[in-house]
Design a protein. Sequence first.
Length: 216
Amino acid sequence: MATLLHIDTSFSGEDSHSRAVTAAFREAWEAAHPGGAVIYRDLAADPIPHLGAAAHYAGDTAPADRSPGERAALALRRQLIEEAERADVILLGAPMYNYSIPSTLKAWIDHVFVVGRTALTENPSLAGKRAVVVASRGGSYREGTPQHGNDHVEGYLRQALGGGFGLDVTFVLPELTMAPFVPAMAELVPLFEDSRAEALATVESLAKGLALQPVA
C-alpha cells in the first residue's frame, strides 16, 4: 500500500500558503492512490516536544531502569521514526519564519534523526524515499534580489533531509506571499500570483508523476 506522510507546520490556518499547496499535493496524490494511506501531523495544532535528554538517552538505558518520562519520550520518538519509515513519500509544509524553518519542524527532524538508523549511516532507513518540501516565503530570496543569501530554509533542509536522511528532496517555493498585504509590495502582487499558480501546478504534476513510480 502506498503511504504518504503529510506534515504541516504553519500557524496561519486557512490563510496559510504552504498549507494550500500541501493540500493540493495531497488531493492529487490521493486521487492517484485510491487505495493508499495518509499519515497526517499538524505540528502547529498538535506540536511535539523538542528533543530532550529523556528521549535522546533513553534508548541507551536498560528498559527496566527507564523512568516513566523516559518511556513516554522514547515511545513518541519511535512512533515518529516509524511513521517516516512507513511512508513512501514525505510531504512537508515548511514556511519561512525569521529566515529559517518553524521550530516545530526542527523538533520533528531532531526526533527522527537517529545516527545509525535513519541518518548518517551506510544505509539510512529513509534513504531513497521521495520528499516534497513546500517552503513558502513572504518575499523573494532568489539570486539578484536584496534578500539573496538570507534563506536558511532550503539549505538546511537539503542537508538534513538529503544529506542526513538520504531522501530524494524536491522543493516547491511559493514566494512573495506578503505582497497582497504590504502596500510597499503592491507592484509584486502579479509575481506572487504567478508563483502561487506555478507552485500549485508543480505539486499536482509531482503527485501524478509519483503515482507512476513503483512502491518498494
